[in-house]
Design a protein around this ligand. Sequence first.
Ligand SMILES: Nc1ncnc2c1ncn2[C@@H]1O[C@H](COP(=O)(O)OS(=O)(=O)O)[C@@H](OP(=O)(O)O)[C@H]1O
Ligand SMILES: Nc1ncnc2c1ncn2[C@@H]1O[C@H](COP(=O)(O)OP(=O)(O)O)[C@@H](O)[C@H]1O
Length: 172
Amino acid sequence: MRQSPRCIWLTGLSGSGKSTVANALDATLHANGVKTFLLDGDNVRHGLNKDLGMSEADRAENIRRVGEVAKLMVDAGLIVICAFISPYARDRQQVRSIFTPDQFIEVYLDTPLEVCERRDPKGLYKKAREGVIKQFTGVSDPYEIPESADVIIDTSQSNVRNSVSSILKALG
Ligand SMILES: Nc1ncnc2c1ncn2[C@@H]1O[C@H](COP(=O)(O)OS(=O)(=O)O)[C@@H](OP(=O)(O)O)[C@H]1O
Ligand SMILES: Nc1ncnc2c1ncn2[C@@H]1O[C@H](COP(=O)(O)OP(=O)(O)O)[C@@H](O)[C@H]1O
């Protein structure tokens, strides 16, 4: 395949725009004839990782498995887009370590919590504030800010199109 296999890893709070940006990026790459695969918390947690919850250990295992699947796909020549909250720096670092340095691109969606909460696309922040959902990232569970992300995007300042452009620029 005439493309450089990569893992593009989107991390950020719920509602920060991971799925929206990941889908737009996927569509843009497709339109340019690039072979991609999109792994998203929303779909992976219904299948491969349906045995996992939201404890620190289960999130670590979620990220580890996704990283290994992404690695297999990168070895098969694909550009793999992963969209997971991935709140722990250690888990993100562990995934990075299984790729060569140029194969892994970390994209931090640095959208302020207030914006994510105002969007609340699935009504989860409301439930988290009411205590109906426990261990909710940003409300009652930690999110460790990436310290050396390759791309940083605040989707309250950048529209989807510009966000995709920023990531494509990092792809080179
Ligand atoms: N407690 C709690 N905290 C955060 N998120 C929660 C929680 N419970 C359910 N959800 C929903 O699960 C989606 C996050 O799954 P991830 O696999 O990305 O999470 S993680 O990376 O393992 O932390 C997340 O999806 P996104 O909103 O797309 O981020 C939520 O819809
Ligand atoms: N500039 C933007 N970039 C991405 N999403 C945006 C933007 N402006 C508004 N949104 C909205 O914010 C929400 C983000 O939700 P989603 O993509 O599911 O986030 P996540 O996957 O991080 O939970 C969507 O409803 C999307 O339409």
